[in-house]
Design a protein around this ligand. Sequence first.
Ligand code: ADP
Ligand code: MG
Length: 220
Amino acid sequence: MRPKDSRSNLFDREVELGKVVEYVGRLGLPITLVLGFRRVGKSSLILVALRELGLSSIYIDLRKFEERQYLSYRDFVLELQREVNNLTRRFPRLLDFLRNIDGVSIMGNQALFSWKSSSRVSLASLLDAVNEWAGNGIVIVLDEAQELVKARGFNVLPILAYAYDNLRNVRFIISGSKMGLLYRFLRVKDLESPLFGRAMGVVELAPSKIVRALPIGVCW
Ligand SMILES: Nc1ncnc2c1ncn2[C@@H]1O[C@H](COP(=O)(O)OP(=O)(O)O)[C@@H](O)[C@H]1O
Ligand SMILES: [Mg+2]
């Protein structure tokens, strides 16, 4: 089954939903983490929260790279390009903010991002542009972000730190398992990590009471 995306279909997650909306919306925290095991309901919670927040969003689903040994800049940039173009179709004015960036070309109502090493687009410039465009705030979701530890030839942590410190309108929701995300990807305990010492909103999803009750019902 697909993740749920409307509040009426999302059971038993009022508290967690309230936290995500508060952290990202009211408090405007630069980074909110959504932690939990596989299939606990992270993506569903995030999709419903995005609806409730009513902000523009870019949703990068990294689960599709799960089977891969590594992730190249091309893989990441093409994924980002696809999601950014979902936005430009709805908000063509965003193209005006993207068109002067090195490594970006505009074709009709689509933005094309170069991933070739000689002319590759910088993620920081893209975020700068999106930040300028999104006066009311934009949410960038990195779903199952621990897959980014497989990144080769690029590193998103310094970009996240740059956005955290400088880009007021950009807010990240980053999901994954607690161990994978906090320790392997963000390296929160590592003094050398670009994100060391940054406060983040944390929403942890325990297995749902409803789901936990099911096997017992089945047994009896
Ligand atoms: N709170 C919930 N209410 C109803 N269905 C849920 C809920 N949480 C998860 N599900 C269902 O469980 C499955 C896994 O949810 P998903 O959001 O994809 O989890 P995750 O992203 O943590 O792997 C999906 O079929 C989804 O529809
Ligand atoms: Mg998911």
